[in-house]
Design a binder for this molecule. Sequence first.
Ligand code: ASP
Length: 335
Amino acid sequence: MFDRRKFIKISSFTSLLGFTKVAAASDASAIIKPIVISTWDFGKEANTEAWKIIGAGGNVVDAVEAGVKIPEADPNNQSVGYGGLPDRDGRVTLDACIMDGSNLSCGSVACLENIVHPISVAKLVMQKTPHVMLVGDGALQFALANGFIKTNLLTPKSEHDWKEWLKKAEYKPAINIEKELSNKKIIGDKNNHDTIGMIAIDATGNVGGACSTSGLAYKMHGRVGDSPIIGAGLYADSEVGAATSSGMGEEVIRTCGSHTVVELMRQGYLPEEACKKAVERIIIRNPERAKTLQVGFLALNKKGEFGAYAIHKGFNYAVKSNNEEKIYDAKYFMD
Ligand code: ASP
């Protein structure tokens, strides 16, 4: 059971001590590049695709776009792109963004319908428009004008699941919590969540990232989460590193989560420490709310050190570099 007083005591104790290097998952002595890391175990296949580009000396932005397109096109992945679970009106609406840490260029789309690869539309927003973000119908018009074709994204499986949900239509956005919580009120639903957040460094040392999701299942129509919001679901600055998130987007937006993580790394925190402090901020501001929802951050610094932290058990991530190809479980505050 989460004890707020104990938590504050522990956190003030750790702040007094200052964070020491907490089991960094990578070797701090050498710069590791190229490297690509992604949220969740399905990030492994996405990393493999991204690696075809950065492993061959290609550009980080092209690599993260290619990587993220894998779960976007996978009909069995019900939280990203084609096959994503719809909103409560039965519409699949997609959020995505991409960022080039060399010059802070970025592009984003939100509430985009009928396009399989929102990440590629986000990349074009970055490259072809003077803007950062296009939403809804405007994003769709832009995509169509640039040669994307309309596709029905609602697969029979996701339509079936939505219709089952409609029978009760209970709006309980508990996400990523893999087990029943002790208060017995919230039961995590493995299909109710998940975003691909991918961050990487190419062989030249440039840092970038991409993020794509169908968002919270059965959300209100028009709801936009953290994933397409630069600084919330993703941030990349080649001077420092990059961060991305998965979980309850509202909490991540409130705390400008990924930007917070990057700024903590700028202050000298290791990636895992920075993620931990960002998660801690969410918990401290509302411990009761934090018990019922999940947020996980994933970060990579410019040396190629990486780490993650989550509110609850269950967040994991995939890493690929010349040294390793591995899935790590993130540390967490609450069981
Ligand atoms: N962060 C996503 C959102 O709030 C969902 C998730 O990652 O689980 O839309």
